[in-house]
Design a protein around this ligand. Structure first.
Ligand SMILES: [Zn+2]
Length: 393
């Protein structure tokens, strides 16, 4: 089925969560209680970046309100006076009493101060409290980002990833930073080495990041780096694959006739699929996990550690490996090399993830199971090949 016409439901669902940023909540108290019109205002100074000026004013006060303690904590943190930042945050927390909004802000401030002095456990406790007393979904998501940062600081990469996946809104400012940190620290769960062969495939050794299986060596795959893949767009909320329970086979149905034979030409073609999926469809990455060209080369598509976008909707994509063969198999037959490679890739997936051959299907069969309309994908000739492979398997 033509690549550009498919839409993935979970991608569309994200749009529903994108709501305009509102006021972060909290009373409009600027902390200036002097009543004088021209008196310097620490809140305004903080907003304009004058942390030192704001701090100076706040420290001169003989008594400070909860709001002023919060400002003092923020200004002190900016000036790397972590002791004062923590003291003021804890003071504010004590003064907040039953005011949930102030308590939430004080817990966040205390968490930041604890993080600044490398007390990740204490930071996590404070952020967790802030998460519990969040007044709305946006505040809760923000606190969740903070919790994930604290988890990362104490080495809890998996816990941080779990928290990240609980965040529903994509308009949280701090999210990109968290995603960057996660991408830096996340390591492959299982790591058979894949050596890329072929004259133009470049001597490249790369780890295949995927859900844990039996650990059997996969067939040779041209890693993403060999076709100059762009990175996955983590802000488009890819879903972790979790486990593998089924496989769906597609054809690319390229309108431009037979794919070219050279590695470079086909690598460019794979890049074009990725561009279409990321730029036009707004997906996180290329939809398929593997692409097989006419010469039988396997290109690594979306990393197998992420759920794909190929079968039709979120349910259909769940734990589902997407394999696309280059060509239009309504009109042509898969080449011998292509057929052989498909057989070995499917054989590996079935063994590695202890699957029954019955869960290996053509796109049409999968789509009919989940949606009202079928598709001509993967084309009659590839459907025939698939039936033969399944029979042999
Ligand atoms: Zn398809």
């Amino acid at each position: 089925m033509p690549l550009l016409l498919r839409r993935c439901l979970w991608c569309a669902a994200i749009v529903q969560f994108v709501v305009l940023l509102g006021c972060a909540g909290g009373p409009e108290n600027n902390g200036n209680n002097s009543g004088a019109v021209d008196a310097p205002d620490p809140a305004r100074m903080l907003r304009s970046g004058d942390a030192a000026g704001a701090r100076h004013l706040l420290l001169k006060l003989s008594q400070r309100t909860c709001e002023q303690e919060l400002m003092l904590s923020e200004a002190s943190l900016k000036l790397h006076d972590t002791d004062e930042a923590l003291r003021a945050a804890l003071q504010a927390r004590g003064m907040a009493n039953d005011n949930v909004v102030l308590a939430h802000r004080a817990d966040l401030a205390a968490g930041e101060a604890f993080l600044a002095i490398n007390k990740a456990e204490e930071a996590l406790a404070a952020f967790t409290a802030a998460r519990k007393n969040a007044a709305n979904m946006q505040d809760r998501d923000r606190a969740t980002v903070c919790c994930a940062r604290a988890e990362l600081a104490r080495g809890g990469v998996e816990a941080a990833r779990r928290l990240r996946n609980e965040i529903l809104r994509s308009d949280i400012r701090e999210l990109a930073d968290l995603d960057r940190r996660l991408a830096q620290v996340e390591k492959p769960s299982v790591s058979p080495v894949i050596v890329v062969p072929g004259p133009q495939g470049a001597a490249n050794t790369q780890l295949l990041r995927r859900p844990p299986g039996k650990g059997l060596p996969p067939p040779s795959v041209h890693a993403r780096s060999t076709w100059n893949a762009r990175p996955i767009k983590l802000r488009n909320e890819p879903v972790p694959m979790g486990k593998v329970t089924c496989v769906t086979v597609h054809h690319t149905a390229d309108p431009n006739g037979l794919p070219a034979a050279s590695f470079i030409a086909n690598a460019a073609r794979v890049r074009a699929y990725q561009s279409a999926h990321q730029d036009t469809e707004k997906w996180a990455d290329i939809g398929y996990h593997f692409i097989i060209d006419r010469q039988g080369r396997i290109f690594e598509g979306r990393e197998l550690c992420w759920q794909g976008a190929h079968a039709g909707n979120e349910q259909a994509n769940l734990h589902n490996v997407g394999i696309a063969l280059m060509g239009d198999f309504e009109r042509m037959k898969p080449s011998e090399a292509q057929s052989k490679t498909l057989g070995s890739l499917l054989g590996w997936l079935v063994k590695e993830y202890s699957l029954s051959w019955s869960v290996v299907k053509g796109h049409n069969d999968v789509k009919r199971a989940y949606m009202a309309k079928g598709t001509s994908c993967p084309g009659k000739h590839l459907a025939t090949l698939l039936a033969q492979l399944k029979q042999k398997g």
